[in-house]
Design a protein. Structure first.
Length: 165
């Protein structure tokens, strides 16, 4: 009789131990799933910012005012008759990123503003000198962009410090 009660206690202890381990494992899985979800949200936000900046460069490259206006906030939207368009955009031959330096952007989902510095190569028509000294129309530029989050979309709120390297 003593052996049966000892075995039953051992079985009860074993079942309890297995239940505790199962609960602990399921709690750890939920924690990991939550962390993975947060990481994927942050990655999507970073990709949205990168896309906004790439769209800005692409708009310059293709001289596409509508595309440019879709990337920036209202105060920066331009018309075909603006000084910016006639002196800068209309003279752009090509624009491309220098390396993948946008990958360093790191934002959290609660962020609503960001300032980023990007480097790209911009090619103007020969003889055009909007600002700075250009050699053979090809230049490497640093530009600072302020981005703001509006309705879950990152848009450029200001563009400044365009510097020729």
């Amino acid at each position: 009789m003593a052996k049966k009660s000892f075995i039953s206690y051992l079985v009860i202890f074993g079942i309890t131990f297995i239940i505790i381990l199962t609960l602990k494992l399921s709690i750890e899985k939920e924690k990991q799933k939550r962390l993975d979800d947060e990481a994927s949200i942050e990655l999507l936000i970073e990709q949205n910012v990168q896309n906004s900046v790439r769209n800005y460069i692409t708009a310059l490259k293709w001289k596409d005012v509508e595309f440019y206006n879709s990337v920036v906030v209202d105060s920066l939207k331009i018309s075909n008759r603006s000084y910016y368009f006639t002196k800068i955009m209309s003279n752009v031959i090509d624009a491309r990123f220098m390396g993948d330096n946008l990958s360093v952007i790191h934002l959290k989902k609660q962020d609503h503003k960001a300032t980023i510095h990007i480097k790209y190569e911009i090619t103007f028509k020969d003889g055009i000198k909007p600002e700075g000294n250009y050699k053979n129309g090809r230049n490497v530029c640093n530009v600072t962009l302020d981005l703001v989050k509006l309705k879950n979309k990152w848009v450029i709120s200001s563009i400044y410090d365009l510097k020729i390297i």
